[in-house]
Design a protein around this ligand. Sequence first.
Ligand SMILES: Cc1ncc(COP(=O)(O)O)c(C=O)c1O
Length: 407
Amino acid sequence: MSAPKSGTDLEAAETGRYSPLVERIGGKGAQAWAVHSEAMARAAAGEDVIALSVGDPDFDTPRPIVEAAVSELRAGNTHYTAFAGTAALRQAIAGYQSGLSGRDIGPDEVAVLLGAQNALFAAALCLFAGGDEVIVPEPAYVTYQAVLGAAGATMVPVPLRADAGFHIDPRDVAAAVTGRTRGILLNFPHNPTGALLSEDAARGIADLCREHDLWLVSDEVYSNLVFEGRHASPCALPGMAERSVIVNSVSKSHAMTGWRLGWTVAPAELTRHIGNLSQCMLYGNPSFTQAALATWLGRDLPELGAMKETYRRRRDLVCRRLAGVPGLRVHKPEAGMFVMIDVRGTGLGAEDFAWRLLEKKGVSVLAGDAFGPSAAGHVRITFAVADAKLAEACDRIAAFVEEIGRG
Ligand SMILES: Cc1ncc(COP(=O)(O)O)c(C=O)c1O
């Protein structure tokens, strides 16, 4: 079975009716979730499907945050707020990010947006334009190309090699710098591979930014889900505050994907531009969700530590169960909520593997190819799924691989 055709192909012929933007945002990234959409449709139709294809935490948002939002609603906190976010939340985020990145951050460096995705989009629009090149390690989170494309910029991929554990080599980044390079977009801890940035690599990247006068956009949405080692943010290094944008959210760290709460940490002047963009794009963010987060962000919530430990246990479960399956090679992630599995030993390509696995065993995974050529032959599975389901899915994957082997 092959991927169903998306509307994008059909619409391509008609794009003259629209701005060229529609082509730049309708590429491969928009289609990457075809397997997932099919899995969801099957699940809705009553089929026994286990979806390992999307990184949406299966935990509830910690109760105190929910209660705070409900109280705010009841108290009538339902009006417009300042465009770059409420003063209370900007202050809370500044404190939280100071703790995470090891640098003193002020509230005038924080703009609140609708999730990290919106924050990335806002940063890209305020920093990059037509003709600019932005270096992005690949495999890369699938929306990046469209985000940069929306700004008119070109994404210049540099490989993260599977045999190096998908760790970045700053020399590869250096080799990609041209006279048109305006920035580097990094995402460590990394989706889809779970790789961390080492202290050395962070220094190497920061050196390049300073040397070539580049912006660094650092998507750090998994910085709170590190299992081994330490999250090193190049944005905290000397001379980087004035040329970097940290993008973060509570989607993954606090199981709050549906709340759409994220932010940028950027120099005050850029933050003002992002606030202006927010004004004409969003006219501010929801009031009661901001108030609830302002109360709880950075405070001790036992649920957060418990979630992280659960992710760690599940990561170990997946790695243990699939490590011995002939034909599969498991890359143990250091962070995040995904495991990359090299399926080339089964004789199938990743896309084929994903569609056939869904067809035969009702398990959905994403083909690594969607994230970039360096992940070809790999599939990404999430461990944001209950232990028992995850174990069952691993058994189904093992049985599927064994059946392929028997021909
Ligand atoms: C690397 C990365 N960046 C950004 C996002 C978007 O996060 P948010 O829900 O905060 O918009 C995701 C979501 O999966 C992600 O994996």
